[in-house]
Design a protein around this ligand. Structure first.
Ligand code: ASP
Length: 342
C-alpha cells in the first residue's frame, strides 16, 4: 500500500513544499540561516487538536529561537545545531531524547549524529540508553575521540568519561510513545509480521534535526532520534549514519533527514543531495527534490529532509503527509506542519 500511496502523493503534489517553504534560490548570502525538523509522517490536520497543533508550533518556534539567537550573536553553525537539537531532545513532543519511541522490548535506544561542514569532522552514536542528550555525545565523539561512530555500552562509557549527563529510563518515558508500542504490538500479534510494522497507516517518524549557516559561511547539521517504534535486534537507522541521515560540507550544503531509515541508508540520502549539487551542478532545490520527491518515492522510502546551502537557501521537501519543520533567516521565520500549510 505504501508504495502506490507514495507515487500517488508525488503525482498529486509534484512539489511537497509550499511556495513559502521554498523561497527562490539566491546567491546573495544572508548573514545566517537555520532550519529545523521534528519528524515526518502521517501528520494530518484532521487528527490533531488545535491545542496539540499550538503546542507543536510553539515548540518549533522555541527551538528556532535557540539556534537563531546563537547565529545572530555571531555563534557558530556547529553550536547552533547542537543547542537547537538539545532543546528538541529535551522536549517530550518529539521522538528524540525525552519522548523517544520504544523498542520491541519496551526500551529506549537513542541515535544521533553531527557534522561540521567547515572541517567535515563528524561524530555519531547508536543505541545509547542512558545518555540524556545523544547529540552532545555525538559531538563529544567528534571532538574528543579519534573515531566517528560509537555504539551501545562503549558509547555510554565514553559519555561517563566525558562527564555527560546520564539519566534512568524514566526520563525517556512518555505515555504516548508507550501506547504507540502497545498498539503496534497488538496489531503485530493480529497480523503476525516480524519486527517493525512500517506499513501502519498511523506510522509517524519523529526524529529531530537542525541545519545551519553561520556568519562565517560555515555549515553544520545534526540529527537525533529514538528510531522507529517496535525496532528490534539493536536496529540502527539512518540517523547515526553520516551520509545517510546527516551530512554537511561548506562547499555545498548541510542536510538532516527524517523518515524510514533503511531507505535513507540504502540511498545515502544526505550525501546524495550534496553529490548532486557538487558533481551535477544543480541547485539545492533541484537536488533535494530529485532525491526526496523522485528517487525515494520511486523506491518507496517515506520521509523528508531539511537542507541549507552555502548561499543560505533553504529546502524542506517531504513525501509523507506532513513534516514538522521551520526555518529562520534575518527578518524571516516560518513554521509548518502539514502539506498545505500556508
Ligand atoms: N529516520 C529515523 C530512523 O529510521 C526515524 C525517523 O526519522 O523518525 O531511525
Amino acid at each position: 500500500m505504501r508504495f502506490p500511496t507514495l507515487i500517488l502523493l508525488a503525482m498529486q503534489f509534484a512539489h511537497c513544499q509550499t511556495p513559502a517553504d521554498k523561497p527562490g534560490d539566491t546567491t546573495a548570502r544572508p548573514p545566517y540561516a537555520l532550519a529545523i525538523h521534528g519528524g515526518a509522517g502521517t501528520i494530518l490536520k484532521s487528527e490533531i487538536t488545535p491545542e496539540q497543533e499550538a503546542e507543536y508550533r510553539a515548540a518549533l518556534d522555541s527551538a528556532l529561537t535557540i539556534g537563531e539567537t546563537i547565529l545572530r550573536n555571531g555563534g557558530t553553525a556547529l553550536d547552533a545545531v547542537t543547542q537547537t537539537v538539545v532543546w528538541l531532545e529535551n522536549c517530550p513532543l518529539f521522538n528524540a531524547g525525552r519522548g523517544a519511541v520504544f523498542t520491541h522490548e519496551g526500551r529506549n535506544e537513542l541515535d544521533a549524529s553531527i557534522m561540521d561542514g567547515s572541517t567535515q569532522a563528524a561524530g555519531a552514536v547508536g543505541g545509547v540508553t542512558t545518555v540524556k542528550n545523544p547529540v552532545l555525545l555525538a559531538r563529544a565523539v567528534m571532538e574528543k575521540s579519534p573515531h566517528v561512530m560509537l555504539t551501545g555500552k562503549g558509547a555510554e562509557q565514553f559519555a561517563l568519561e566525558n562527564g555527560l549527563d546520564t539519566v534512568g529510563p524514566d526520563w525517556f518515558f512518555t505515555q504516548k510513545r508507550w501506547d504507540a508500542l502497545q498498539k503496534t504490538l497488538q496489531e503485530e500479534k493480529a497480523k503476525a509480521p516480524q519486527g517493525m510494522n512500517t506499513k501502519n497507516p498511523d506510522h509517524k517518524f519523529g526524529t529531530v534535526g537542525c541545519v545551519a549557516l553561520d556568519r562565517n559561511g560555515n555549515l553544520a547539521a545534526a540529527t537525533s532520534t529514538g528510531g522507529m517504534t517496535n525496532k528490534r535486534w539493536n536496529r540502527l537507522g539512518d540517523t547515526p549514519v553520516v551520509g545517510a541521515g546527516t551530512y554537511a560540507s561548506n562547499d555545498a550544503c548541510a542536510v538532516s533527514c527524517t523518515g524510514h531509515g533503511e531507505y535513507f541508508i540504502r540511498y545515502a540520502v544526505a550525501h546524495d543531495v550534496w553529490a548532486r549539487m557538487v558533481y551535477g551542478g544543480v541547485s539545492l532545490h533541484e537536488a533535494t527534490e530529485a532525491v526526496v520527491l523522485k528517487k525515494l518515492v520511486e523506491k518507496g522510502g517515506e520521509g523528508g529532509l531539511i537542507a541549507v546551502d552555502k548561499s543560505g537557501n533553504i529546502a524542506m521537501p517531504f513525501n509523507s503527509e506532513g513534516m514538522y519543520r521551520g526555518y529562520a533567516k534575518p527578518g524571516e521565520r516560518r513554521i509548518s506542519i502539514y502539506r498545505h500549510d500556508e
